[in-house]
Design a protein around this ligand. Sequence first.
Ligand SMILES: O=P(O)(O)OC[C@H]1O[C@](O)(CO)[C@@H](O)[C@@H]1O
Length: 179
Amino acid sequence: MDVLRTIMDEIECVVSKVEKEEIDRVVNLIRKDRRIFVAGEGRSGFSAKGFAMRLMHLGYTVYVVGETITPALREGDLLVGVSGSGKSISVIDAARKAKEKKGVVIAVTSKKESPLAGYADQVLIIPGTVKGDTGESRGSIQLLSSLFDQSLHIVLDAVCLIISYRDDTANESATGAHW
Ligand SMILES: O=P(O)(O)OC[C@H]1O[C@](O)(CO)[C@@H](O)[C@@H]1O
């Protein structure tokens, strides 16, 4: 089996199923006049941090939930919770707290019917295989949540690219924000 070819085909299949309208609504919720918090566990957390870093390069005020100096979320702030399964407790908890504080919640997940999605004002469904999927329904040769993780990274980069077009942010300016 050509493993690389199969992985590329799997990613293309998942990314092609992401709703463009959901991406547009997510882009519209990301504004410079509101603070943005990201939350995620494990590999989902790594992608959430990558997303936060790129938004910082684009001039947004971004924090990672759980980091040492992350402030409290306030009314009107945005939480982007990332969980393929939609079941990771710390991410659900962050979403619940954000709603209690009258924040806006985006859930980036594979599962529309998950606990995380239940707290969301807006979902971004990336229908890639996640760790709990079993049998035929996995639809992937890869282990655990790899297919979700890979597709997630591409979709969040697409969100950042669309934001850069909207804000007219050039590569040079983003480079200037890089450490
Ligand atoms: O994306 P989820 O479902 O919240 O899972 C978070 C992480 O949990 C793990 O199973 C273990 O950290 C990772 O594989 C996964 O990225």
